[in-house]
Design a protein around this ligand. Structure first.
Ligand code: HEM
Length: 415
């Protein structure tokens, strides 16, 4: 693109650009090289500063007293932002962990945290391995062509998260639809209706489902994450309805679409780099670094935002109190100053200080779970994979927030 910074900034505020990897990466490379702190003023979004260097993203996330999640944790249109705010003021809306700042954030995070620690992961591993086997068996049974995203990758992490929450498997299709409608909100294929009101109806459905769940887990607590959330105390009191329901929403949504994107994008990268696939098959001990590389490569969460609590500067650029920064994880993960040959997919990459799980106090609560799921499915699949190739064009979702492959048509032989 040769330093065309003006058009490069526009890309970040254009959902369709996220469905075109080459265009997105070329623009981000331009910004890193020429304007790493860039003002983006592009309707229908409110203006923001795009932060594209790895070191700046880390500095901002580390300084969580100066850079707040409230009131603008992610990039949404001005209209959607106003509506969400009005609904919260009316006592009905979404305020998840990612919307909160300390000290409240820390207390709310602690309620679910034990369910993501190593001991809980060890307890869950048998179930995760069993589900991984079920889906690799399904690939074998399909025998030939399938859409790896819709038939395999989407179901596996959803089942894992439903198991952790303690929800019944028959609720699978309902949760699947709702999380896609919520997280893939910019993409026509997932959209429910066209107005922000219709989009907010998705939230109402979520709240109705989880409202009933809370009542039942308070009446009859069981040994699962849903019970921990329903009965969790902040300063000795049960969480508010908004905080409780939002907790389920973040766990159900963040827990599966992100992982689906990393698994399907990871498999795509292995297909595109057969040498790396063969290397990993020959040396399964590389699995932990391969999983990290897939997570860096795909960067399922494209961005989070923070807002300045005081006048400050980033890389010498003055930023006024109340202005927001867009943390471009996709860019940080290809930063030439941090990654050796960043556009090379390397299953043995070490060190790999990617930002896909964010950094600091909001660091992804489910990172260990996502890593375990990916390890489990690729450890099951690769020794059984006799051949694999693309059977059509892979298609990326057009969304500024959480996204990856919508479709990955493959032809494979699995024993
Ligand atoms: C490859 C898969 C995943 C990716 C790329 C990912 C990415 C992220 C990112 C970037 C953040 C924000 C970090 C920040 O602001 O610094 C986050 C937060 C979070 N993630 Fe994940 N995530 C993944 C899987 C999961 C899973 C499986 C769960 C399980 C429930 C999960 C639950 C959460 C929660 C609850 C938060 C909010 C944490 C907080 O604000 O304190 N994520 N994730």
């Amino acid at each position: 693109m040769g330093g065309d910074v003006n058009s490069a900034t526009k890309v970040l505020a254009d959902p369709t650009a996220y469905a075109d990897d080459e265009r997105l990466h070329a623009s981000l490379a331009d910004l890193r090289a020429h304007e790493p702190v860039a003002w983006v003023d592009q309707a229908p979004y409110r203006p923001f500063w795009a932060i594209t260097k790895h070191a700046d993203i880390m500095d901002i996330e580390r300084a969580n007293d100066l850079w707040l999640s409230e009131p603008r944790p992610v990039l949404v249109t001005a209209e959607a932002d106003d509506l969400a705010r009005a609904q919260l003021e009316a006592g009905f809306g979404l305020r998840t962990l990612i919307h909160m700042d300390d000290p409240h954030h820390r207390k709310v995070r602690a309620i679910g945290a034990d369910w993501f620690r190593p001991k809980a992961m060890r307890d869950l591993k048998i179930r995760v391995d069993e589900l991984a086997k079920r889906y690799v068996d399904k690939m074998r049974d399909i025998g030939g062509e399938c859409d790896f995203v819709t038939e395999i990758a989407v179901n596996f992490p959803l089942y894992v998260i439903l198991s952790l929450l303690g929800l019944p498997e028959e609720d699978f299709s309902r949760m699947h639809m709702l999380t896609q409608e919520m997280f893939g909100g910019d993409d026509d294929e997932y959209k429910r209706g066209t107005t922000p009101e219709e989009q907010m109806a998705v939230l109402t459905d979520f709240f109705n489902y989880f409202g009933a769940l809370t009542a039942s887990r308070r009446a009859n607590p069981t040994d699962d994450l849903a019970s921990a959330i329903a009965n969790g105390l902040v300063d000795g009191e049960l969480m508010s309805d908004v905080d409780t329901l939002s907790y389920y929403v973040i766990v159900a949504s963040a827990g599966h679409d992100t992982t689906k994107d990393a698994i399907s994008g990871g498999l795509h990268a292995l297909i595109e780099n057969p040498g790396e696939l063969a290397r990993l098959q020959a040396d399964p001990g590389l699995m932990p670094t391969a999983v990290e590389e897939m997570i860096r490569w795909t960067t399922p969460v494209k961005e989070f935002m923070r807002t300045a609590a005081e006048d400050t500067t980033v890389r010498g650029v003055p930023i006024a109190k109340g202005e927001s920064v867009y943390l471009a994880y996709v860019s940080g993960n290809r930063d030439e100053d941090v990654f050796d040959d960043p556009f090379r997919f390397d299953v043995g990459r070490d060190p790999n200080k990617h930002l896909s799980f964010g950094y600091g106090v909001h660091f992804c609560l489910g990172a260990a779970l996502a890593r375990m799921e990916m390890n489990s499915i690729f450890t099951e699949l690769l020794p059984r994979l006799e051949s694999i190739e693309l059977a059509g064009e892979p298609e990326l979702a057009a969304t500024t927030f959480v996204g990856g492959l919508k479709h990955l048509p493959i032809r494979c032989s699995v024993r």
